[in-house]
Design a protein around this ligand. Structure first.
Ligand code: F1P
Length: 346
């Protein structure tokens, strides 16, 4: 994250550096619709961006699996802006979605990690995440770097539109500057997370629940566990639980709640109560200093407080670490999981 922010944040002159996108900020601010195309973890980063652009800049956003978009007959045209997100910059489905949207006249922006990659070259403009090479197949730092860049884009667009006040803008920049040290603080909980992973090493299923900006984080937590430990895991918006998944809850079901202190907090607390009433085993990601949730649940992992819109940058880290430790304890190769390729080029 620090690498991704380096050179971009200039709190003192209230200026965000977004590479080639700087020249296109007016287009972003004027558009009525953004369509995000991506796959896997990058798609989850896109879902975070949906909340950010809608909340901050009041722009309508649709987030599409590139792998489906290319096979539909999507309504897209020259008034739309497409944001393609990809770590490798080589994902065939994302590239095909870009070509389709481009052929209909849409403007294409890219958020890629690999400089000069096929996707980066196919876009009209973009910002690199500069996360450095991903050694493992499963995206981890790519996700946080993508969310960082998308957050900067949403903030810059909102400011260009006059949709956020200068005071809020300044506050967000100050908070963003604190994120790298807060991420380091989350890593200080690694031993605790390892102990929790030990207890659940042989679980057969996991459920991840979150609301608002923590919903895509729940999806990403579940995907990470699936990818590297091969445990079946599902993420849902916590409010969807009562529409089906609640039937799965019993004393053998670990449920990971994203329960940080944000505007969904009270509702998440009542979702936790619903799961505990059915004897589910709850691991809650909470904000440091929260005293309400710990006595209600089986395990807690704390993350530092931050501005609500920056929450995913912190709340995803314990989930990545949990997946990592569970996978290692199960003897999995976390860098090279079976059946997965770093770039899905076909
Ligand atoms: C998309 C992706 C990754 C996943 C795996 C397969 O890649 O689904 O999120 O971890 O590596 O590909 P990308 O377009 O972001 O490179």
């Amino acid at each position: 994250i620090a690498d991704s922010m380096r050179g971009r944040l200039r709190a003192e002159d209230a200026h965000l550096q977004l590479g080639g996108l700087e020249a296109y900020l007016d287009k972003l601010a004027e558009t009525e619709r953004i369509v995000i195309v991506a796959c896997g973890t990058s798609w989850h980063a896109g879902l975070v961006a949906e909340y950010l652009f809608e909340e901050l800049a009041r722009i309508n956003v649709e987030v599409e699996y590139a792998s489906e978009f290319r096979y539909r007959n999507p309504v897209i045209g020259e008034n739309d802006i497409v944001i393609a997100i990809s770590q490798s910059g080589e994902t065939a489905d994302t590239l095909a979605a870009i070509e389709l949207a481009k052929s209909k006249g849409a403007i294409i922006f890219g958020v890629c990690n690999v400089v000069g990659s096929s996707i980066a070259r196919a876009t009209h403009a973009g910002a690199y995440t500069h996360a450095g090479p991903e050694i493992g197949v499963a995206s981890t730092k790519a996700f946080t770097a993508q969310v960082t860049v998308l957050t900067l884009m949403a903030i810059a667009t909102a400011r260009r539109k006059g949709a956020i006040q200068e005071e809020t803008y300044g506050h967000l920049l100050t908070e963003l500057e604190c994120i790298p040290s807060k991420v380091t603080q989350v890593f200080e909980n690694a031993t605790r997370i390892k102990e929790i992973a030990f207890i659940f090493t042989y679980a057969r299923n996991f459920i991840y629940l979150g609301r608002g900006l923590n919903f895509p984080v729940a999806l990403e937590g579940a995907l990470k566990l699936k990818e590297i430990s091969y445990i079946h895991a599902e993420g849902y918006p916590a409010a969807e639980m009562k529409h089906g998944p609640i039937a799965l809850i019993d004393e053998d079901m670990p449920v990971v709640f994203l329960a940080t202190k944000d505007s969904s907090y009270e509702k998440i607390v009542s979702n936790i109560q619903e799961v505990k009433a059915r004897k589910g085993r709850v691991i809650a990601i909470i904000t440091e200093g929260d005293t309400l949730i710990p006595p209600m649940v089986d395990f807690v992992i704390e993350v530092p407080a931050t501005h609500e819109i920056l929450t995913p940058l912190l709340s995803v880290i314990p989930l990545q670490l949990l997946s990592y430790y569970v996978a290692v304890m199960r003897g999995r190769n976390v860098d090279q999981p079976r059946n997965l390729a770093k770039s899905v080029t076909v």
